[in-house]
Write a protein that binds this ligand. Structure first.
Ligand SMILES: NC(=O)c1ccc[n+]([C@@H]2O[C@H](COP(=O)([O-])OP(=O)(O)OC[C@H]3O[C@@H](n4cnc5c(N)ncnc54)[C@H](OP(=O)(O)O)[C@@H]3O)[C@@H](O)[C@H]2O)c1
Length: 308
């Protein structure tokens, strides 16, 4: 997502761009500060190789002079993690607070924190069929008892961020996207793209007909920029575009790309929650059609040889 956001930002000719070369002998943020004039905005995951531990002061120096910071970085596991407290919760929560403390110290005007629908929707007591909005929070205890560690990490990090904002007066806006697809710009495949790739490659015999909430990475980048630029933006914003059941999604995929190995059966299962992005749309956000997301995603996977 960072690369997409960078592309949107650079198209808007607004702020700095860095290629995040982690193999460089000096950390990317150092090169960034040496070589690039900081014109306004900084992305925490290009400027901080690791969020926790000793990066607090370096983040502070990286952030000095910035009007805004986009905090995108957070661990996103693609499989189960042996020690979730250390591998997920701590980096997400401490990392976010480190960035926020540095922003407060550097008098940054606004910080955009990328949270997730995972911090909104996991609540077993939510009335079935009722649409969720920004007042909804995932139930932390339920996340813990059901081992939904990623949901817990995002819920803890976002709630701590908003608490920090209330306590200190720092202007923090959070954006909560759901499942993000769209063209890959980076060489590694992130977890959410894997969801689509597996649907094309694995030839599932049967799949649960779940409801998916999908949003294009380019529309998420647009939402982050709106949340940054619009003076009236405040609090949380759910960022979701398309509500679609697996069966309908596969019908769409089949009509666009008939030759993949699609599931033969669907089972009916749980009642899924639905969320609304009305608040974000009132800020001026719109999103592209799902077909465009599917085609651009799949074409980018083909180009990268991922579907061979
Ligand atoms: N993709 C989705 O469907 C989705 C949906 C909702 C929200 N989000 C949120 O969007 C953000 C970006 O996710 P993504 O999908 O683009 O996944 P991603 O490609 O895995 O990006 C996660 C980024 O966070 C960085 N990171 C992880 N742990 C870190 C640490 N301890 N210190 C510094 N950087 C760290 C990673 O850097 P390294 O690669 O160097 O580890 C990577 O650049 C995350 O906050 C995620 O929770 C994603």
């Amino acid at each position: 997502m960072t690369l997409c956001l960078l592309r949107e930002i650079s198209l808007a000719d607004d702020v700095l761009v860095d290629e995040r070369d982690t193999s460089a002998p000096v950390p990317p943020r150092t090169r960034l500060l040496r070589n690039t004039p900081v014109r306004g905005t900084l992305l925490s995951d290009i400027c901080s190789p690791r969020l926790v531990s000793s990066t607090y002061f370096s983040q502070t120096s990286a952030i000095v002079g910035c009007n805004g910071v986009f905090h995108v970085a957070s661990p996103v596991p693609s499989s189960s993690v042996p020690n979730p407290e250390v591998e997920l919760i701590e980096p997400a929560v401490k990392g976010t607070l480190n960035v926020l403390k540095a922003c407060l110290e550097a008098k940054v005007k606004r910080v955009i924190v990328v949270s997730s629908g995972a911090a909104v929707g996991l609540n077993p007591r939510w009335p079935k069929g009722q649409i969720m909005d920004e007042t909804c929070w995932s139930d932390k205890e339920y996340c813990r008892t059901t081992n939904n560690w990623y949901c817990l990490s995002k819920t803890e990090a976002e709630s701590e961020a908003l608490e920090f904002a209330k306590r200190t007066g720092l202007d923090v806006v959070t954006v909560c996207p759901n499942l993000i697809w769209g063209p890959l710009l980076q060489s590694n495949v992130n977890s959410s793209s894997l969801v689509l790739i597996k649907r094309l490659k694995e030839g599932y015999e049967s799949l649960e007909n779940r409801l998916r909430m999908i949003v294009d990475v380019r529309d998420v980048a647009e939402a982050l920029l709106l949340a940054y630029e619009k003076a009236e933006a405040e609090g949380r914003y759910i960022c979701t575009a398309h509500l679609i059941r697996e069966r309908d999604l596969f019908d769409k995929l089949k009509s666009l790309y008939p030759n993949y190995n699609y599931p033969k059966n669907f089972t009916e299962g749980r009642e899924d929650v639905t969320m609304s992005s009305e608040k974000l749309q009132r800020l001026g956000w719109s999103f592209r059609p799902l077909e465009e997301t599917l085609i651009d995603s799949i074409e980018s996977y083909k180009k990268a040889g991922i579907l061979d």
